[in-house]
Design a protein around this ligand. Structure first.
Ligand SMILES: Nc1ncnc2c1ncn2[C@@H]1O[C@H](COP(=O)(O)OP(=O)(O)OP(=O)(O)O)[C@@H](O)[C@H]1O
Ligand SMILES: [Mg+2]
Length: 331
């Protein structure tokens, strides 16, 4: 929980909700990663250090041997639930560490995590499978600024979340500032056509045979679903099912599973769509979506008959199943 990305606080809220719900059925240990990337196990400082040192000093970067009641290394836990959003958590880096440690973990593996974090490459993979996505051009820092779209457009860093660094650009005068903001977060930035449609999100759960939740419409009282609409009390409403045709609902659910499979995801994902008339477009996919019991992902599955605690049980079972399956292969 926590982590280095700008979604640190969101991760803490998600993780606390997970721990609260798991606590009476599982032995839980939380590992908090601070904004500088230091990993801290509770009471994880070697006993040789004095009490005052112990309370101050976080464990440096990677887990180290801990006191007896706490798993000594990552390999001593049965399963890890990375509840980290954004870079250095949702992007395959932590998943790679867990692969090296040989520990089962919840959610997407290394490739899927990295792929789905990158809005540019993810859309390329979806386009290759014939899955409709929003049109965009990708710029590297320093590239000439050109795009074929009429205004407004959206400008976004390729690899971030929670709407951080994203702008709605109403005319050419606003483009420079929007690019400057996005390039503060990533060396790769997308300029995207504005899609004037409903925002619909859908949850996916499973490994080889994933299921889609009922979709829900995101209704915001702001111009678009920006950071404050996402996290301020009353900033958004989720309407399940969304006010679209039955055919469009089925299309969203079908494309959610297709995008999940195309992205090589496992465990969970929340797929974000725009629905414009009959047209359904994938916007993006989050492999570790906001994960409190009242987050969109949990609400969509609750509405679909899978309450939060069962969702967690299933995700843990899926993590163990994946681990067992992958152990069978020689390498
Ligand atoms: N092409 C677009 N057309 C219209 N609105 C858009 C477009 N792209 C983004 N938006 C608006 O910006 C919001 C955030 O965009 P997006 O989902 O791509 O970013 P994110 O930061 O990765 O989000 P998340 O928190 O879901 O990870 C969308 O929910 C939507 O309101
Ligand atoms: Mg989104």
């Amino acid at each position: 929980m926590g982590g280095r990305s700008s979604e640190h606080d969101i991760s803490l809220a998600s993780a606390n909700s997970v721990i609260e719900t798991l606590r009476d059925r599982y032995d839980t240990v939380s590992v908090e990663i601070d904004r500088e990337g230091r990993w801290a196990l509770p009471a994880a400082v070697p006993p040789a250090l004095g009490a005052s040192e112990r309370s101050r000093k976080p464990v440096e970067t990677l887990p180290v041997p801990a006191e007896s009641s706490v798993p000594a290394t990552l390999a001593d836990v049965d399963v890890v639930f990375p509840v980290l959003h954004g870079p250095f958590g949702e992007d395959g880096t932590v998943q790679g560490l867990l692969e090296l440690a040989g520990v089962p973990y919840v959610g997407a593996g290394v490739l899927a995590s990295a792929l789905c974090m990158d809005k540019d490459v993810f859309k390329a993979v979806l386009r290759d499978r014939g899955i409709p996505v929003t049109q965009s051009v990708t710029l590297r820092d320093g590239d000439p600024v050109e795009h074929p779209f009429s205004y407004p457009v959206f400008v976004k860093p390729a690899r971030l979340g929670s709407s951080v660094g994203i702008s709605k650009v109403h005319d050419e005068d606003e483009l420079g500032a929007a690019l400057e903001l996005a390039f503060r977060h990533d060396e790769k930035v997308l300029i995207e056509e504005f899609v004037d449609g409903l925002e619909v999100e859908c949850g996916v759960l499973g490994n080889r045979d994933p299921i889609a939740s009922l979709p829900g419409q995101i209704v915001v009282h702001a111009e678009w679903y920006d950071f404050s609409a996402k996290y301020d009390e009353g900033g958004m409403e989720l309407i399940v099912p969304p006010p679209i045709s039955t055919e469009a609902v089925e299309e969203v659910r079908r494309l959610a599973v297709e995008a999940f499979v195309a992205g090589e995801c496992e465990g969970m994902a929340r797929v974000d769509f725009f629905v414009r008339g009959d047209e359904v477009l994938v916007n993006e996919l989050n492999t570790i979506p906001g994960f409190t019991s009242t987050s969109v992902y949990a609400k969509l599955f609750a509405e679909s008959g899978i309450p939060y605690s069962e969702l967690l049980d299933r995700l843990i079972a899926l993590a163990l199943e994946r681990h067992e399956r992958q152990r069978r292969y020689a390498y």
